[in-house]
Write a protein that binds this ligand. Structure first.
Ligand SMILES: [Zn+2]
Length: 121
């Protein structure tokens, strides 16, 4: 037995070396807190992914389009977040948000937006 400090309420308690909480309520409150922060993080990323998909869709409702990155940012795009990548036969990497993707354009500061095709899956 040794003097310990509860991970949740920070109160001192006496317990075995592997004990981290003063009681089971503190233990479950601590784990709920962790899963809630994960959940809200996941929700936040999901929201951004949907916003990215919406921005790509608005900029390119059908087929292909070359647009400025700054235009996509104005539409709510955050280039950090994507769902997957796809590499073409000639080695061009596409970044996807669900069914919409983009790749670097030959023109500076622009991207080429594409809709995902069956062969890309
Ligand atoms: Zn406690």
């Amino acid at each position: 037995m040794q003097q310990k400090k509860c991970l949740y309420c920070k109160e001192p308690f006496v317990g075995r070396a592997d004990k981290k909480f003063c009681n089971s309520q503190c233990k479950s409150a601590y784990h709920n807190q962790i899963s809630q922060s994960y959940e809200s993080y996941i929700r936040l990323i999901n929201k951004q992914l949907r916003a990215n998909r919406r921005a790509l869709y608005k900029a390119c409702p059908s087929g292909k389009a070359t647009v400025r990155k700054s235009f996509l940012k104005k539409l709510g795009m955050d280039f950090k977040h994507l769902t997957h990548t796809w590499k073409s036969k000639n080695g061009i990497l596409y970044y996807f948000c669900y069914d919409y993707g983009y790749t670097a354009s030959v023109e500076d500061g622009k991207v080429l937006i594409v809709q995902q095709q069956d062969y890309m899956k």
